[in-house]
Design a protein around this ligand. Structure first.
Ligand SMILES: NC(=O)c1ccc[n+]([C@@H]2O[C@H](COP(=O)([O-])OP(=O)(O)OC[C@H]3O[C@@H](n4cnc5c(N)ncnc54)[C@H](O)[C@@H]3O)[C@@H](O)[C@H]2O)c1
Ligand SMILES: [Zn+2]
Length: 402
C-alpha cells in the first residue's frame, strides 16, 4: 500500500528578499487594527522600522506595538502581554522576531480569543477553535515557528518548558525576508541554524506509519511522504549555508531562511524526536539556549538511531553533499556544530556525570517526542546518548559499524 501523507501549513507563505514590504497587503484583508508583537531590540531597530512602514505607510493600517517578548517567555510575561493586547482589541497580531516573539504573538492571539488560564492549553490539541489571526515575520533562521502549530513558554510551576500545540496556532500567513536576519550575531545565527537542521533531520528520520485516525487526532504525526520533501530540501539548504550565514553573507542568509522555513514545514506536521526530548531537561538544568543543546546532542542521537534508520541517514548525508553513508551524516553534523562554535561535550556545560541519569529519565518521560524517535528511546538508550555526549565521543555510539 502507498504510504500515507499529512501536512498542515499556513494558507499563505511568502519568501524572498525585501518581501517585508508586502506585510501591509497581507494584513489588510484581516482588518484595520494590527498589534505588532515583538521585543524591545527589534522594535527599535531596522526590522521594526520596516515592518511598521509596510503596515502604516504601505497599507494605512492602525498599528499598536507590543515590545514585550523576552527569552524563555515566562508565563507571567505572557499573561501581562495578553492583558495589554486586550485593551487594543486587534483584528490581527503580527509576530516579528525570533521564536520567542513569534510564539508570544501566537499566545497573545490565543489569549485574545479564549479567556481561560494558559495552563489549560498545555500539551497537544487543547485549543478549542480558531484564534485571532497571526502573521509571522521571522528575524532568525531557526525555529520555523512562522509555520508551526506550537508555542513554547516557561512556567515556574513546571520544571521543563511547556508547549501548547494545536493546528489553531498555525499562523494565517508567514512573510519570510532574509534581509531581516542580516546582522544577527554569530552565536544566535549558529544556535538558531543548527536547531533548524535538527528539525529537518528529526522530521526525516521520525517514526512512521501513523494510523489514519491519529493523522487527524494528533498534532505531530511522525514522518510521512509529504514532510519528507520539505525535510530533505531543508537539510540541503542548511548544510550548505550555515557557515556563510554566520559570516553574514547575504546569499547564505537567504538559503538559511529557506532551509529553516522548510524545516518548519516538515516538523510542524511530523514533529521532532530524541534530540529535542533530551534538550528540554538539559536546557532547564544548564540554562543554555534551545539551539545549543539540540545542536550538541543531534549527532549523538543520530548515531544512536542509526540501526533504525540507516538508509534515511544515508539520504541525509547525500542531501548534505557528502558521501551517501549514514556515518558520514553523523560526522558531518558533528563537524558543522563544532565549526559553528557549539561546545563539543556536555561536560563543558558544567554538568556532573552523576546528573545524566536524572536528565535521561525526564527526557523519556516527554512522550510526544520520545515516541516519535525512530529507535525506542528508553532509559538505557537516553543514558547512553547522554554519556557519550558528556564525554564528547560520538564514536562510542558509532563504533560497531566501522
Ligand atoms: N514554536 C516553535 O515552533 C519553536 C520551535 C523551536 C524553538 N522555539 C522557541 O524559540 C525560542 C528561540 O528562538 P530564537 O532562536 O529565534 O531566538 P529568540 O527569539 O529567543 O531571540 C533571541 C535574541 O535574539 C534577538 N534577535 C532576533 N533576531 C535578531 C536579528 N535579526 N538581529 C539581531 N538580534 C536578533 C532577539 O531580540 C533576542 O534578544 C526558544 O524559546 C524556543 O523554545 C519555538
Ligand atoms: Zn527546536
Amino acid at each position: 500500500m502507498a504510504e500515507v501523507g499529512a501536512l498542515r501549513v499556513p494558507p499563505t507563505v511568502l519568501i524572498g528578499n525585501g518581501l517585508v514590504s508586502m506585510l501591509g497587503r497581507v494584513a489588510a484583508p484581516l482588518g484595520r487594527r494590527v498589534l505588532l508583537c515583538t521585543d524591545e531590540l527589534l522594535a527599535s531597530g531596522e526590522q521594526g522600522r520596516r515592518a511598521l512602514a509596510a503596515l502604516r505607510d504601505g497599507a494605512g493600517l492602525d498599528v499598536d506595538v507590543l515590545d514585550a517578548a523576552v527569552p524563555e517567555l515566562p508565563r507571567r510575561s505572557v499573561e501581562a502581554a495578553i492583558a495589554v493586547a486586550q485593551r487594543h482589541a486587534p483584528d490581527c497580531v503580527v509576530g516579528l522576531g525570533g521564536g520567542s516573539a513569534i510564539d508570544l504573538a501566537k499566545l497573545v492571539a490565543l489569549g485574545l480569543s479564549v479567556d481561560v488560564p494558559l495552563d489549560q492549553f498545555y500539551g497537544e490539541g487543547h485549543v478549542p477553535g480558531p484564534t485571532v489571526p497571526v502573521i509571522a515575520v521571522p528575524t532568525t533562521a531557526g525555529t520555523g515557528s512562522e509555520v508551526t502549530p506550537v508555542a513554547v513558554l516557561s512556567d515556574p510551576e513546571i520544571e521543563l518548558k511547556v508547549g501548547i500545540s494545536s493546528p489553531h496556532l498555525i499562523p494565517r500567513a508567514a512573510v519570510c525576508d532574509a534581509e531581516l536576519t542580516r546582522g544577527a550575531p554569530p552565536q544566535l545565527t549558529a544556535h538558531a541554524g543548527i536547531d533548524a537542521l535538527a528539525h529537518a533531520i528529526e522530521s526525516y528520520t521520525a517514526a512512521r506509519g501513523t494510523p489514519p485516525e491519529d493523522l487527524v487526532a494528533r498534532v505531530f504525526v511522525g514522518g510521512n511522504v509529504l514532510t519528507d520533501r520539505f525535510a530533505l530540501h531543508a537539510v540541503s539548504k542548511l548544510a550548505s549555508s550555515l557557515r556563510g550565514a554566520q559570516e553574514d553573507d547575504p546569499a547564505a542568509r537567504a538559503d538559511a531562511l529557506e532551509g529553516s522555513l522548510c524545516a518548519g514545514l516538515a516538523f510542524g506536521t511530523a514533529g521532532t524526536a530524541g534530540a529535542h526530548a533530551l534538550q528540554y531537561p538539559l536546557g532547564a538544568r544548564t540554562n543554555t539556549p534551545h539551539g545549543l543543546g539540540v545542536g550538541l546532542l543531534l549527532p549523538f542521537v543520530m548515531a544512536y538511531n542509526r540501526p533504525a534508520c540507516e538508509p534515511r541517514l544515508a539520504d541525509v548525508a547525500e542531501a548534505m553533499g557528502l558521501e551517501r553513508n549514514a556515518g558520514a551524516a553523523v560526522d558531518g553534523v558533528r563537524a558543522l556544530a563544532i565549526d559553528l562554535g557549539l561546545p563539543a561535550s556536555l561536560r563543558e556545560l558544567g554538568l556532573e556525570r552523576s546528573e545524566l541519569a536524572g536528565l535521561a529519565a525526564q527526557a523519556v518521560g516527554i512522550d510526544r517526542l520520545a515516541r516519535n524517535n525512530p529507535r525506542t528511546l528508553d532509559l538505557a538508550g537516553a543514558g547512553a546518548i547522554l554519556d557519550a555526549a558528556w564525554r564528547g565521543q560520538v564514536e562510542d555510539l558509532q563504533e560497531h559499524y566501522e
